[in-house]
Design a protein around this ligand. Structure first.
Ligand code: ATP
Length: 731
């Protein structure tokens, strides 16, 4: 008889192992799972014990002559967990070493290989003060300047229950306690369940145990029944590694093609942000590659699902700064949402939303171009008083940084505006003399139907407010928050209506701010107090690349979008690899040759260069290098500004550094990183004063940080002649 409350779950390992099997075998596995789900106790399924296995509940079932499915089959109850799939001998070998238990403190289900974990840290000899395994070439750098530090024992300040609450399985306590160095921790991390990784890394940095437990929001469940695997599977910790199959379509999609992990398995700190009610706006900060976009997408899905479940009409707005990211998000949301959920989410970059809205309101709205802007400025400058001795460039910056940034509509607004970060002091009288230029400029813009993005957003917010049409969306999810300005957030506030539960979910990374200026959410009517969280673990970039890209930002202070600080030292990478390659050349021809030779070598290894990107500071440099590479026989795909990338194209990617924001590649090449290119000298020379030049330099540092953190495996930086000042430590 088919059990009433059958639960079948899959582990991440099962899916990874499945992806290694040949196409034909995968088809058989799909048929097997279907049969298994129909009735796991069918007489046709033979459960074999694993001789010499550590966990008696781990069994094997024959899929075909070759393939065996390893699963946790209960003696009682109806919860089955598929753990691994492989050829007979390999499957048995895997199964023999594993245990699969509910953690008696955290309540999570965990798969453990004690032997592997212990041998990774040399448990047997650690007690005698040495480690059996020689130090690997990789290391977790818990502070940039503190790599490879030898420590007595990283976790002496925690008791067993505290470690277990952070997800350490009881069986791995000896291995964890034997960790004496950051190198050993890096080796151990390979063998611990996903849900204890964040905790161990934070503890190894020397953070107090209680602070880590609080930050990761780990709470001991009231009651844990080690036999109750179904309850264990419902915890956010288990969901980092296991998926309960509820949806046949989802299962079919997973079995038929390799699946990106993020689509199904969220890490506990990610899941805790997504699946819950928040009683107001949430702000999530996270360094590059920490999964901000992944979390924002899952949150949008969760919100859409809520609307559907409660039969509430209306939509969720998912908005971003750049159009490109909105395009990527639209296609990625389609991978995780049902068509009904998708219909409840509108994805659009904010400027696009505003343009459409204003046009629908009957306003004349045209897209700005440089020519039209210059013409307006030239006419407005006719009313400038030459006796003031201020250059046009100064007026332009004053317009952007003071008039637009403060939403000044009148002379009085301007006289009262804050001029934070401006390098030239102005008296009230001088401001009054300057204002007619801005008045004239605005008149020119309006005559031509041109709107600065800030003005357009303010106008849209005013129109909505005046027509009592705020709250157009039930919730708004915002990605790339660091690049949005005050006008954007003020509009977003209006779009989400009066503050209410689950209204705003804002993710961003001030270290990656390459367009905007710091903002303070509370000044835009967005109160995130008590609802600010951080994602600390980078899942994309190796620690070596992350550390290099963070060193580029040294000396720069970053805000937290709400008037506080977001220290660069708060983030870590899970992965390790090569240090970024930095090569200088005398002659540009040698640099070009090095680039081509490196690409040829990579193509030899990977078969194509689809996951390699060459990124440059300017469009001119991009086009020149792309042409040279094409001439040298490399098929090249330029990633253009307003065009989505096509993952099926096997060509080498070439793009500007601005365009690669939000993307990722295995390899990133950053050629021509010269003093001329970065900080971009042409722009530096245009800046009217030192403060403005420093602000620009900071943005340029962030731009290089963005470019380097796109790399999953490798970064190669080259220059010929004088290197960029960013490549040498600040004196
Ligand atoms: N739960 C997860 N499981 C597996 N992979 C994940 C998970 N979360 C994030 N990743 C991976 O980490 C990488 C970065 O994710 P994402 O783009 O969401 O980060 P981000 O913080 O928005 O990055 P950035 O700000 O640098 O653009 C992606 O390759 C993604 O697949």
């Amino acid at each position: 008889m088919i059990p009433d409350k059958l639960t079948v779950a899959l582990s991440t390992g099962f899916l990874k192992a499945l992806n290694q099997l040949p196409e034909k075998a995968r088809g058989k596995v799909a048929a097997f799972i279907s049969k298994f789900r129909d009735n796991p106790r069918s007489p046709g399924l033979n459960y074999e014990r694993i001789e010499g296995g550590k966990d008696p509940l781990i069994r094997s079932i024959r899929v075909d002559q070759d393939i065996r499915c390893i699963l946790r089959a209960p003696e009682q109850g109806d919860t089955y967990v598929l753990l691994w799939i492989d050829k007979h001998d390999d499957a048995y070998d895997w199964a023999r070493r594993k245990t699969c238990h509910v953690n008696r403190v955290s309540g999570a289900l965990q798969i453990v290989d004690v032997e592997a974990a212990e041998s990774a840290v040399g448990v047997a000899t650690a007690a005698a003060g040495t480690e059996a395994i020689p130090a690997a070439p990789i290391a977790i750098a818990s502070q940039e300047n503190r790599a490879n530090t030898e420590l007595a024992s990283l976790f002496t300040h925690c008791d067993d229950d505290q470690l277990m609450l952070l997800g350490v399985p009881e069986a791995l306590l000896p291995a964890v306690r034997a960790v004496q160095s950051e190198e050993a921790l890096a080796r151990l991390i390979e063998w611990v369940p996903q849900d204890c990784v964040d905790g161990l890394i934070l503890l190894a940095e020397g953070r107090p145990i209680q602070a880590v437990i609080e930050e990761l929001e780990r709470q001991r469940p009231d009651h844990i029944d080690p036999e109750d695997v179904a309850t264990a599977l419902a915890t956010p910790e288990s969901q980092a590694e296991f998926l309960v199959i509820t949806d046949d379509d989802e299962l079919e999609a997973m079995l038929s093609a390799p699946l990106e992990q993020w689509r199904v398995f969220l890490h506990p700190s990610q899941r805790r942000l997504v699946n819950r009610d928040w009683n107001g706006p949430v702000r999530v900060l996270g360094g590059a590659g920490t999964g901000k976009t992944v979390v924002a997408m899952h949150r949008a899905r969760w919100l859409a699902n809520r609307l559907l479940a409660s039969d509430t009409p209306g939509q969720v707005l998912f908005t971003t700064f750049t159009r490109n990211l909105a395009t990527d998000i639209r296609s990625n949301l389609a991978k995780i949402c049902s068509p009904e959920e998708l219909r409840r989410i509108e994805v659009i970059h904010l400027d696009g939303w505003v343009m459409t809205f204003l046009k629908n309101q009957g306003l004349q709205v045209r897209v700005f171009n440089d020519e039209a802007r210059e013409a307006c400025w030239s006419l407005a400058m006719d009313v400038a008083d030459p006796a003031m001795g201020l250059e046009e460039r100064f007026y332009m910056e004053e317009w952007k940084d003071v008039v637009l940034a403060n939403g000044c509509r009148s002379r009085d607004d301007y006289l009262a505006a804050r001029r934070i970060g401006r390098g030239t002091r102005l008296s009230k009288q001088q401001r009054a003399q300057i204002w007619p230029v801005f008045d004239a400029l605005r008149a020119e813009f309006r005559q031509r139907g041109l709107w600065e993005p800030e003005e357009a957003k303010t106008a849209a917010a005013d129109l909505l407010r005046n027509a009592d049409q705020g709250g157009r969306y039930l919730a708004v999810v915002v990605d790339e928050a660091q690049d949005l300005d005050v006008a954007s957030f003020s509009l977003i506030r209006v779009l989400a209506g009066e503050p209410h539960a689950n209204d705003l979910f804002i993710v961003g990374d001030p270290h990656q701010r390459i367009y905007g200026k710091p903002i303070v959410l509370s000044r835009c009517g967005i109160d995130v107090r008590g609802r600010s969280r951080k994602l600390r673990i980078n899942y994309r970039t190796t620690e070596e690349t992350r550390a290099w890209a963070t060193a580029v930002l040294e000396g720069v202070n970053f805000d937290d979008l709400d008037g506080g600080n977001d220290p660069s030292s708060d983030y870590r990478s899970l992965l390790h690899g090569e240090k970024p390659v930095l090569r200088g050349f005398e002659d540009p021809a040698d640099e070009q040759r090095f680039l081509q030779d490196s690409l040829t070598q990579l193509r030899g290894i990977d078969g194509n260069l689809a996951s390699t990107c060459v990124t440059l500071r300017t469009k001119t440099a991009r086009d020149r290098v792309a042409q040279a590479l094409e001439k040298a026989g490399f098929p090249v795909r330029l990633i253009e500004a307003n065009e989505a990338d096509d993952p099926s194209d096997p060509a080498l990617r070439v793009a500007t550094m601005h365009r690669v924001k939000g993307l990722e590649f295995d390899q990133v090449f950053i050629p021509e990183l010269t003093a001329e290119q970065m900080p971009y000298r042409v722009e530096v020379s245009r800046r009217p004063d030192q403060v403005s030049r420093e602000q620009f330099e900071q943005q340029e540092r962030s731009l290089l940080h963005v470019a380097a953190t796109r790399a999953k495996k490798r970064v190669v930086v080259t220059y010929s002649g004088k290197p960029s000042s960013f490549l040498t430590p600040r004196g």
